[in-house]
Design a protein around this ligand. Structure first.
Ligand SMILES: Cc1cc2nc3c(=O)[nH]c(=O)nc-3n(C[C@H](O)[C@H](O)[C@H](O)COP(=O)(O)O)c2cc1C
Length: 266
């Protein structure tokens, strides 16, 4: 009988007690409940050094960074041997953390040409725990990593402090899904199939204005519909439809501010 593969969770925050850790842990708990073995790694304990973009480009052939980098050797081995991946980042400046970015860049350089992760099931989580801005743009570098490494990713999960409990529940569900996929990779047969798979995933193709609208909607999701912030979103839609995107975005901003104020009162 083949050995069960592990669902690997990587926490890309320097804070091992924070929201990123909670989300990744929720996904792994969901995977464990569904019968998978799991492993959680804090990237802060294995900080990958910056890629030097060496020329000649030796590492694409010998699959080894030319500079001593124990953290990269450790993490890349874990990635190459896992059955499924959960990668979580805190949102910093509407982007991923440095811990995540440095790992991704070195993985590209060494492994993107040979595609050893083709078909690996993966889930990306990003938590925008401050203003909430960047809840989608913070996911894009992770999903770009998955796409370039040919992983077969589940739908991304944008999380903010405004939808955090819901995000934890969804992470656990998706962790359960990963458990079911971890023993059998489904590699992509062609580049075209892979590109369409990623085009079909939700959130990633949103414009900046749509991302801001999503955030505003999350801040007032728990409010009754007749309360003015929620109605403001309908006004924003009407402004956009009448060819006034700037006023529409300003209205979304007012909804967001009002939603945050009410959220923080609770
Ligand atoms: C350098 C830095 C930049 C940040 N940028 C953003 C941001 O763009 N959007 C946001 O909503 N929160 C931002 N935050 C807040 C973090 O997303 C929030 O604290 C999150 O909970 C951190 O994850 P953690 O709890 O796992 O540490 C930033 C925090 C730091 C330290």
């Amino acid at each position: 009988m083949s050995q069960k593969k592990t669902v690997l969770g990587l926490v890309g925050s320097p804070n091992p007690e924070g929201r990123t850790n909670q989300l990744v842990s929720a996904a792994l708990e969901g995977a464990a409940l569904a019968g998978a073995s799991t492993e959680l790694i804090q990237l802060k304990d294995s900080v990958v050094a910056p890629c030097q973009d060496c020329l000649p480009w030796v590492c694409k052939d010998n699959l080894k960074c030319s500079f001593p980098d124990e953290a990269f050797a450790f993490l890349s081995k874990k990635l190459l041997n896992c059955g499924a991946l959960v990668l979580g980042t805190p949102v910093y400046w509407w982007d991923v953390s440095g811990l995540v970015k440095y790992m991704i860049l070195k993985m590209f350089r060494v492994y993107a040409r040979t595609g050893p992760l083709n078909g690996l099931p993966a889930l990306g989580l990003a938590t925008a725990g401050g203003t909430g801005n960047g809840l989608v743009s913070g996911l894009r570098p992770i999903y770009h990593f998955f796409q370039m490494m040919q992983m077969r990713a589940l739908a991304p999960l944008p999380a903010t402090r405004f939808n955090f409990q819901e995000a934890l529940d969804r992470a656990a569900e998706q962790g359960g899904q990963l458990a079911g996929l971890a023993d059998q990779r489904r590699p992509f047969a062609s580049l075209e199939e892979r590109l369409l798979w990623y085009d079909d995933l939700p959130y990633l193709g949103m414009s900046r204005a749509e991302e801001r609208q999503l955030l505003a909607a999350l801040t007032c999701r728990t409010l009754p519909e007749d309360i003015s912030p929620a109605q403001g979103l309908a006004r924003a839609e009407a402004l956009k439809a009448s060819g006034n995107p700037l006023e529409s975005l300003k209205e979304i901003g007012r909804v967001y501010e009002a939603g945050v104020t009410l959220f923080e009162k609770d």
